[in-house]
Design a protein around this ligand. Structure first.
Ligand SMILES: NC(=O)c1ccc[n+]([C@@H]2O[C@H](COP(=O)([O-])OP(=O)(O)OC[C@H]3O[C@@H](n4cnc5c(N)ncnc54)[C@H](OP(=O)(O)O)[C@@H]3O)[C@@H](O)[C@H]2O)c1
Length: 245
């Protein structure tokens, strides 16, 4: 595979990129921080990437950076066949209710800008017969929940968009893999109390690599979150109003 990754400098994206490097995939890193990008590229080469890992600037808060970033990935990989987007923002519901600028940033990064980036990648992939878009959404998008109303709304919109892409373009060769992590221990969740069934980035990466190979349209990671969300989706509104989850 020839894979461009946005978000490989930390957390689940880093774990996933390392697994892909170890099995010899060609990688190109997109991100907003040049120093971290360079460090991550060298790290992936040390983990077995078969050829030099290139990098390009891509900031989810700056849609003007998307087209040049994808163009750079295309040039370096002679046409990427897979785009993985793990980059995203998180903030607590309390913080987002109190800060309209933070709210605007999160809603843009996690929904509209991610969708715009995917649209540009979709055009490129379809023009050459297809490929794979693998995007990290969240279980937070499965139900309106008190602690993640705004973050969950952005991820719900993103999941919905990705589902529609799968329905429309699968037959044209576009494979869409939507990853729905539950709580995973990364920098993003470092300030939160881990619930039971909290996952580790490495285990998530194994699940995502398998999903990439199979073209699985929706994958929960850790897997137990599929069952947890099945229950949560079935709860009546009266119960959702009472619980803190
Ligand atoms: N951790 C969880 O429990 C959890 C649960 C559900 C869903 N998710 C989702 O899973 C994905 C990965 O989460 P994670 O926990 O691995 O996050 P993380 O450890 O915080 O890593 C986030 C990554 O996104 C990049 N990023 C952030 N803002 C960016 C921007 N404006 N432009 C470009 N890149 C940017 C970061 O790059 P820098 O190094 O430049 O900051 C970093 O590589 C996210 O979409 C998240 O919403 C996470």
């Amino acid at each position: 595979m020839k894979i461009a990754v946005l978000g490989a400098t930390r957390g689940m994206g880093r774990a996933l990129a390392r697994k892909l490097a170890q099995r010899g995939e060609r990688l190109f890193l997109l991100g907003r921080n040049p120093l971290e990008l360079e460090r991550s590229a060298r790290d992936l080469e040390a983990h077995g990437a078969p050829v030099e890992v290139g990098t390009a600037h891509c900031d989810l808060l700056d849609p003007d950076s998307f087209e040049p970033a994808l163009e750079a990935a295309d040039r370096a990989l002679s046409g990427f066949d897979t785009l993985i987007v793990t980059a995203g923002l998180f903030a607590t519901q309390d913080a987002l209710e109190a800060d309209s600028a933070a709210r605007a940033r999160l809603l843009s990064a996690d929904f509209s800008h991610t969708v715009q980036l995917c649209e540009l990648a979709r055009e490129r992939l379809l023009a050459r017969g297809g490929g794979t878009l693998c995007v990290f959404s969240s279980v937070a998008g499965e139900r309106g929940r008190k602690p993640v109303i705004l973050y969950g709304a952005a991820k719900a919109g993103l999941s919905h968009y990705l589902e529609g892409l799968d329905h429309k373009f699968r037959a044209h060769g576009l494979r869409v893999v939507t990853v729905k992590p539950g709580f995973v221990k990364t920098g993003m969740t470092a300030d939160l109390e881990p619930p039971p069934f909290a996952g580790e980035p490495d285990a998530v990466a194994d699940i995502v690599v398998r999903a990439l190979d199979r073209g699985t349209p929706v994958v929960y990671a850790p897997r137990i979150w599929r069952l947890i969300m099945l229950v949560i989706r079935a709860l009546p509104r009266a119960a959702m109003r009472r619980i803190a989850f």
